[in-house]
Design a protein around this ligand. Structure first.
Ligand code: 13P
Length: 253
């Protein structure tokens, strides 16, 4: 059975004190997650260790970084490597979020290198893809997302690919309150699963977790997550409120 995941992406939000409050609130909530259900929380770098500590003992909860550098170590002032994250006991890392592609000029080549290093160090990459509004208006989203996945991931062998989580996040739905309809999400997720199947075979495709991201909220998560190819969500704004994210976690089942 493939994993179903509620993932939070806090982006560049929260003071240390706010982060502590939010994590403590989540740690005190009761969840009865099934064996294949997980919660991943991607916090800013300075809060990673605190988050790990505060959610330690919470079964099926994992802490993620939001990025890592494409080199293993060296003179790259201000950067954080996959090796460092692994040495801190962090298990996941978001790679290729549209905000990083857009504002930090992260190309597919760079993202492929980041993915390789994350996997080498035993981290689970959450590889993001998704088109902007212009691409969607030209109805070129399938081809666009396919290229992002091919260029960022399809150099991997089957074993390595099997450890990757994919997040489809249409840019026009991020932070806009304009969620993709459940049908639009399902259509793209089915397309992604098909291209993964064409490359790695149906069994791998069937086991690949594909998250939807873009204005997921407590009141739309159920409908989105109930689509056959939507395996949970990557949640920005709504993950900054404990009660709202709690509702989204409950929508996994
Ligand atoms: P919102 O949920 O705020 O739209 O953000 C989605 C996102 O970018 C998660 O990575």
């Amino acid at each position: 059975m493939r994993k179903q995941i509620a993932a939070a992406n806090w982006k560049m939000n929260c003071s240390l004190q706010d982060a502590e409050k939010l994590l403590t609130a989540l740690s005190q909530k009761q969840f009865s997650l099934k064996e294949n259900e997980q919660v991943v929380i991607a916090v800013p770098f300075p809060y990673l260790l605190m988050a790990k500590q505060l959610l330690n003992g919470k079964p099926s909860f994992f802490i993620s970084a939001q990025n890592c550098h494409q080199k293993d170590s060296g003179a790259y002032t201000g950067e954080v490597s996959a090796a460092m994250l692994a040495s801190c006991g962090i298990t996941h890392v978001i790679i290729g979020h549209s905000e990083r592609r857009q504002y930090f000029n992260e190309t597919s080549d760079i993202l492929a290198q980041k993915t390789d290093l994350a996997l080498q160090h035993g981290l689970t990459p959450i590889f993001c893809c998704g088109e902007d509004l212009a691409v969607r208006e030209h109805n070129e989203q399938n081809h666009f997302v396919e290229s992002q996945i091919r260029d960022g991931l399809f150099h991997l062998n089957t074993e390595a690919f099997s450890r990757v989580l994919i997040a489809y996040e249409p840019i026009w739905a991020i932070g806009t309150g304009k969620t993709a309809t459940a049908a639009q999400a399902q259509e793209m997720h089915a397309h992604i699963r098909k291209i993964v199947g064409d490359k790695y075979g149906n069994e791998v495709a069937d086991h690949t977790t594909i998250l939807y991201g873009g204005s997921v909220k407590g009141d739309n998560a159920n409908e989105l997550f109930s689509q056959p190819d939507v395996d949970g969500g990557l949640v920005g704004g709504a993950s900054l409120k404990a009660d709202e994210f709690e509702k989204i976690i409950h929508s996994l089942s």
